[in-house]
Design a protein around this ligand. Sequence first.
Ligand code: FUB
Ligand code: ZN
Length: 653
Amino acid sequence: MSEVTSQLLPGFWKSWQELNAHSAILHQWNQLERSGCIDNFRILAEEKDAFRRGWYFADSDAYKWLDAAFNILSCQYDPQLSILVDQLIELVQKAQAADGYLYTFNQILFFEVRWENLQIEHELYCHGHLIEAFVSGAQLDGYEDKLQIACKAADRIVADFNGKGPAFTPGHEEIEIALLRLYELTGNQSYLDMARQFLEKRGSSFGFGIKLVKQALSNNKRVKEVAERKADYLAANPAAEQNALPEGNKAKEPSNIQRRWIVNTLSGKFFQQHQPVKKQTKPAGHAVRYAYLQTAGTMIDKLTEGSAFLDSLEKSWQHMVAKQMYITGGIGSLPVIEGFGRDYELDPGFAYAETCAALGSLFWNREMVKLTGKACYSDLYEWQIYNAVLVGMGLDGTTYFYNNPLTSDGEVQRQNWYEVPCCPSNLSRTFAALQNDIITIQKDRSIDIQQYISSQHIVEIGSETFTFEITSDLLWKGETGITIKQAPRNKVKLNLRLPSWAEKRQISINGEKLHNEISSGPFLLNPNNAKWLSVERQWTAGDQVNLNFDMPVRTYHPHPKIKSLQGKTALTRGPLVYCLESVDQPGIDLFSIVLDPEKFVVENAPELLGGVQLIKAQTNHGEPLVFIPYHLWGNRGPSQMTVFVDIESKENE
Ligand code: FUB
Ligand code: ZN
């Protein structure tokens, strides 16, 4: 097994990691404090006399914050952050029951109750994020012993769920990923077996709909009781601090969405409980739940070196890419369901495309490329992280999008927190660990270069070391350099991903052309066109591999089955989707222009939005237009935005 040490080097993503570490993570802590999430642990630790606040799954936001903080501390020393981490760990340790259970909603409000309403109330989901946090923490010197918090929780779950029936599966997948990560770290077979049971039992609970109604009635009764008890508490304690929770996210809703949500939940699709996982060959239901389930199935096949889920995983992935994904890589088009609609039901205005859903798809792609070695998964990872994921965090690191429309008339704006704040810490934990997603080592000890992100990698191959640096200007110039810093005596094979979006792909080593290819396309959102170029040689320190991918402005014509988008186009360049924002085109109604298809000019704008390359264009009446990268919209106050514009058909078309 090769040991890898990776870190980002100065560049596009290092800047985002710095923003994450110096702005986002502290802002998120302050919001968790303000909304009472951390106090819930203080109440359990008998350090605070207050009434519990937040949704029943609020604990998970603290755990994802801790996961992110551990990942940040693994990259850099930060005494202020370390103090907050130690404070939260102490509270978690005090709050965790002696038998490993930890769920503040029950422990504070319904002390005798456990594993209640599993399809609705998120106990296993919260334990999953608890476990993932301390798996991330185990990489840090001085925190290895805290892994016991995760193992106690996992052992509790194995003890309470091992061998149980299909009804004893979680309504929101997450625990499966956590148990598998804990298995990878500890080798404890019971965690792998439990995760596999959760998948293999899923979708075979007889009378799911009826059981769900019973759980919903029970949950409503419990939530109502909590509200009544809270009112009594506040009446008796009028001085109790009660910052109002932030408002929920706003999204345009199709008129019949509530009815569709009822059908989706009762059928089990919302929870991916509608049929056994191995038979689920297309996306269904809540998109985050779906993506976490797919990620877990992929991890199980990889860890067992089996293919139990591979067929359904690959079919579902292809279906998602072809029929259920926006040009941005966003998934889960419907609000309320927060998930999948019908095939090609990809209206840009209703685009829900939750940030967490894109992150879940990123996690899935990360695992699929490890399982299959196929470049298409890293290609989609790249497309999604630069568009559907990165759009979720503002340039200030303290404002976020929850749902990500592709057109907005100004009603969707970045917020500094949400009533359900699942996305911010999910983004932060991902950005903080990005260095781990850049290369993978294959069984033959070849090295896959998955992502062209400026970074350094030290790979222990047997008793020797292979060190190289990636310097990337992929986004704006399509250029990447790989410099060998230290090489072993024997040959090393590098597998270079040729992105599906690049037509001309030139690769050279020490100035000597190695590969010069014109890809046949079709382009854009066809990650199946990505492939590997392998270079195996006896490397020498100082060797330089240069990759140049051409970066033309491309017009993307939506699938003809997306009725609302016919006659419209989107502009992309490299791995970036572009959009129009009203702040850049004063006096122009974005939704009534027609784009001249012949007048695209790329222009550097070093002072704008942190430094970008714009696409300058014109309407068919010669009015100037400025397109910016989609992930940067919404950073300059309320504005209209659109990814899609009408385009004048070319004479020869
Ligand atoms: O239910 C937990 C999280 O809250 C889901 O993953 C998000 O979609 C949000 O609803
Ligand atoms: Zn979210």
